[in-house]
Design a protein around this ligand. Structure first.
Ligand code: GBH
Length: 471
């Protein structure tokens, strides 16, 4: 691949910035009328997070949001991606439950401050924090009719209260994680799986596929409501955002080449094929049989075409070998070690993450060709190894993260300017170090270091680097 010069620039409309999610930064879980979410209780259970810490304070952004806006201004971003806490807006979550006006007021002030600073709000409706009351009431996402109706009403509330100013909506963040990590592996809230050492309830062979089926439907109904009731007057865009990493055959053997496609089918096609193409990947049907639920004709009509763009969260590339019994990976095996024993890239703190910029470019090309939609890169980032064990002055010299962003932004430019892929945003994950789910606070993804003792924020070199790229 030819080298690309840094002088090529994106258009003024290109939305670059950073991303966060409500539960990972807000804290104040019991303030101003917020109701509990499934992550509140889950993160407080002993053994659920690596460092035993929960989300009750996080980066304290519910209180310190003005500092976050100040940082965004300092970094010169054009856009900021954040999520709304459902249970802050509707504490009990349901369609007939009361709205919390204090929650509405909080996000109103926040959105207004962003706009005043010339920063475009890019809003996620659901980043994994289901209202606890809905889980207690009817088992949350396992209940199709109730969850679809309640989620749609929640989405409508957000469109009606914020849609005069918010023109970029994401329905669901990474449904793969909701289904597999929440209901398959049981490592994320609500913590359900077949593993009785880990979880008291659940069925890993069935629930993930059912939950995903319902989540897609809920997404599709929210989009339908937006298009029918809001789009004409508000003029915004709406879609889903999927996690998915590039999959490369371990070697050129036909089995491994086929396996790489199978890995993509289970990680991405599971959602993208229904939403953009109107069917489930045939390979998934082959593996899961009748455990993969079907939609009725009326449901397919709502699901197919239910995203205005492709929302892409990506972090790494995996080498794929055929075989193994991990159904969640489509019965393929993932590795970072090449046949000659070398590593694909630089190790992050997260065991599942290595840098590999060519994979980022390849994934953009694959998705654009297959789904033929403009792509919004809504998350991409790197956790530097052992960053939590360094002093602040050491940690902010985050060379591995700078190198990662250097590689990826060059790959992005190559995909856009050489390959002709239509990419419209780039959000680095994350504005701040924050609550990294089951990892607690030990794993840091921020371009800003957070000292959790004082809540002081320290820009890292990577923040400066992306500001300089400037897009
Ligand atoms: C994103 O997920 C999230 O949207 C964000 O909230 C999070 O903070 C960020 O990334 C960093 O982790 O080995 O089976 O457990 C990234 C997608 C998919 C990456 C699952 C980790 C682990 C698979 N994630 N993957 S497994």
């Amino acid at each position: 691949m030819a080298a690309v010069t840094q002088t090529q620039k994106f258009s003024k409309q290109f939305l670059w910035g950073f991303a966060t999610a409500a539960f990972q930064i807000e804290g104040s879980t019991n303030t101003d009328g917020r109701g509990p979410s499934i992550w509140d209780a889950f993160s407080r259970e002993p053994g659920r997070t690596l460092d035993g810490r929960d989300g009750d304070v996080a980066t304290d952004s519910y209180r310190l949001w003005k500092e976050d806006v100040k940082l965004l201004k300092e970094y010169g971003v054009r856009a900021y991606r954040f999520s709304l806490s459902w249970s802050r807006l509707i504490p009990l979550g349901g369609r007939d439950d009361p709205v919390n006006e204090q929650g509405i007021a909080f996000y109103n002030s926040f959105i207004d401050a962003l706009l005043e600073a010339g920063i475009t709000p890019f809003v996620t409706l659901y980043h994994w924090d289901l209202p606890q009351a809905l889980h207690d009431r009817y088992n949350g996402w396992l209940n199709k009719d109730e969850s679809v109706k309640d989620y749609t009403r929640y989405a409508q509330l957000c469109f009606s209260r914020f849609g005069d100013r918010v023109k970029h909506w994401l329905t669901i963040n990474e449904p793969w994680c909701v289904a597999i990590l929440g209901y398959g592996r049981g490592v994320f809230a609500p913590g359900r799986s077949s593993d009785r050492n880990r979880n008291a309830e659940g069925d890993s062979s069935r629930e993930p596929w059912i939950v995903a089926h319902h989540v897609i439907l809920a997404h599709a109904h929210a989009v339908k409501a937006y298009r029918e009731e809001f789009k004409a007057t508000q003029g915004g865009e709406i879609g889903i955002t999927l996690n998915g990493d590039w999959a490369m055959p371990y070697d050129e053997s036909p089995d491994n080449v086929a396996a790489a496609q199978h890995a993509l089918d289970f990680a991405i096609g599971w959602y993208a094929d229904p939403v953009y193409l109107g069917f489930y990947p045939p390979y998934m049907k082959e593996v899961l049989g009748d455990r993969l639920p079907e939609y009725s004709a009326e449901e397919w009509a709502i699901v197919k075409g239910s995203s205005d763009f492709y929302g892409m969260n990506t972090y790494t590339t995996n080498l794929i070998k055929a075989g193994g019994k991990d159904e969640f990976q489509g019965n393929t095996q993932y590795t970072f070690t090449r046949p000659d024993g070398t590593q694909l890239g630089t190790h992050a703190h997260s065991p599942w993450l290595q840098s590999y910029p060519d994979g980022f470019r390849a994934l953009l090309n694959y998705l654009y060709k297959k789904y033929q939609k403009p792509i919004y890169v809504t998350e991409n980032g790197f956790s530097v190894k052992d960053e939590s064990f360094k002093s602040v002055s050491e940690a902010i010299k985050d060379t591995d993260r700078v190198d990662y962003f250097k590689g990826v932004t060059n790959a992005l430019k190559a995909a856009v300017f050489e390959d002709g892929v239509d990419v419209r945003s780039y959000f680095g994950w994350s504005l701040l170090d924050n609550f990294e789910w089951a990892d607690g606070y030990e794993t840091r993804f921020g371009v800003t270091y957070v000292d959790y003792e004082t809540q002081k924020r320290y820009p890292k070199d990577s923040a400066r680097y992306l500001t300089k790229v400037g897009f």
